[in-house]
Design a binder for this molecule. Structure first.
Ligand SMILES: Nc1ncnc2c1ncn2[C@@H]1O[C@H](COP(=O)(O)OP(=O)(O)OP(=O)(O)O)[C@@H](O)[C@H]1O
Ligand SMILES: [Mg+2]
Length: 393
């Protein structure tokens, strides 16, 4: 049973009755109780507010007030401590009234036994704990919904002016309506355009996360030519890899079936993961993308880097939205902390899963596995393409 003692507040104006209750508690086996005794109703509210009690045993007759008044008062003041009303003799009306005012159980002194006392206390505490847990879950869910709704609203409002910024800066940088004169203006317009695009990308990520939170994300699936898509993604990431002096290698199985997935979301996953691999790898390191498919393995994309790695205890943080492992304000790597959790959610939306293995100073391997059924071609299922062929990007 419970290892720490159960703290009980006994409210009884009769010392003999308290001694009777205390002796009954002493007969209970396997469980420890810490009893506190108060004689008047006036003291109860203060005691419950200043100390933590697991349960309160409240006498029906408390001098000028009744136990029912006290329980009613406690509930009105917001206390949810389990309260058991104890009466001298059995009275159906008091039993019913006890439920009405918010008591958790009702017991007669004449019928008190250690077994019954133990059981009534255990059930009352369990009942209140269940209620508290449910309330906590409801509050957390409510907060999460509000947060998602707020993010969706803000990002939606930001998109409209941002589209104007992007659209007009594009007209200016392309000098669509005539030459700008000074070349620096063209450069500035380019900067505005690129920053706008980056911000739009971030806003779209936030929108995607909130849609997934809300269960509103939808897949627009089609058959994807994986070779072609991988080439186009690698072309984007290769520029960054070259700048960072990180080698980008491809080991893609030759005979891959089409992948049945949402093309935009699939690309987003690979770009996020490859960008991370390049970003968190020091100059001279390497990033490898392996792709293979099989009936047992499913459709697998593995991104392996020789980068800085993530400590085992930090992996949950890396996978949580808006969190970065090294969250120092002057951290050396830019980012919002959305890429990894978003990728994980997007893969799970496809019925697949994302696994991250890492070792500090050695590197990180992220494995994305789509169910075998998403490899729509006939070649899935042959063992021949389990072995990726080597080639360089
Ligand atoms: N390949 C990796 N090697 C080492 N650390 C990584 C790697 N991938 C992710 N991380 C860690 O996990 C954190 C979260 O990654 P995530 O992609 O979500 O965010 P980000 O790259 O910082 O920002 P964003 O992707 O939103 O631009 C990173 O900040 C980094 O600390
Ligand atoms: Mg990232």
């Amino acid at each position: 049973m419970n290892s720490s003692p159960i703290r009980v507040l006994v409210v009884d104006d009769d010392e003999d009755d308290f001694i009777l209750i205390r002796d009954t508690f002493r007969e209970i086996q396997d469980c420890q109780y810490l009893l506190s005794w108060v004689e008047t109703a006036d003291e109860v509210v203060g005691r419950l507010a200043s100390e933590k009690f697991d349960v309160c045993l409240c006498d029906y007759r408390l001098g000028p007030v009744s136990g029912l008044d006290l329980i009613k008062d406690l509930r009105e003041k917001g206390s949810d401590c389990p309260v058991i009303l104890v009466t001298g003799d059995s009275q159906r009306e008091i039993d019913l009234a006890a439920t009405d005012v918010g008591a958790n159980d009702y017991m007669e002194k004449s019928g008190i036994s250690s077994d019954r006392l133990e059981r009534v206390i255990r059930f009352s505490i369990a009942q209140v704990e269940r209620r508290r847990r449910k309330r906590t879950e409801e509050v957390a869910e409510e907060i999460s919904k509000l947060k998602s709704a707020f993010l969706a609203m803000v990002t939606h409002e930001l998109r409209t002016p941002l589209n104007a910024v992007i659209g007009f800066s594009q007209l200016i940088k392309d000098q669509t309506l005539g030459p700008l004169g000074d070349a620096t203006y063209v450069e500035y317009a380019n900067n505005i355009y690129n920053s706008g695009q980056n911000l739009l990308g971030l806003i779209d990520d936030v929108l995607d996360v909130s849609k997934i939170d809300f269960g509103e994300a939808q897949l627009h699936e089609e058959s994807i030519d994986v070779h072609e898509t991988v080439q186009s993604i690698v072309a984007i990431v290769a520029v960054r890899a070259q700048e960072a002096d990180v080698a980008l290698l491809l080991e893609v199985a030759g005979d891959l079936p089409p992948l049945y997935a949402d093309p935009r979301k699939f690309k987003q996953v690979l770009i996020n993961l490859l960008n991370n691999a390049v970003k968190f790898t020091l100059p001279g390191g390497k990033v490898t993308l392996k792709v293979w498919a099989g009936s047992d393995s499913g459709y697998v994309f593995q991104i392996i880097d020789t980068g800085i790695g993530i400590a085992f205890s930090d992996i949950p943080k890396a996978l949580a939205p808006f969190q970065q492992v090294d969250s120092d304000l002057n951290r050396q790597f830019e980012g919002t902390g959305l890429g990894l959790p978003l990728s994980k959610s997007l893969v799970e939306l496809h019925g697949g899963y994302l696994d991250l293995q890492s070792e500090v100073g050695v590197g990180t391997t992220v494995t994305v596995r789509f169910p075998a059924g998403r490899g729509t071609g006939s070649t899935v299922g042959t063992q021949a393409n389990e072995q990726p062929e080597r080639k360089s990007a």
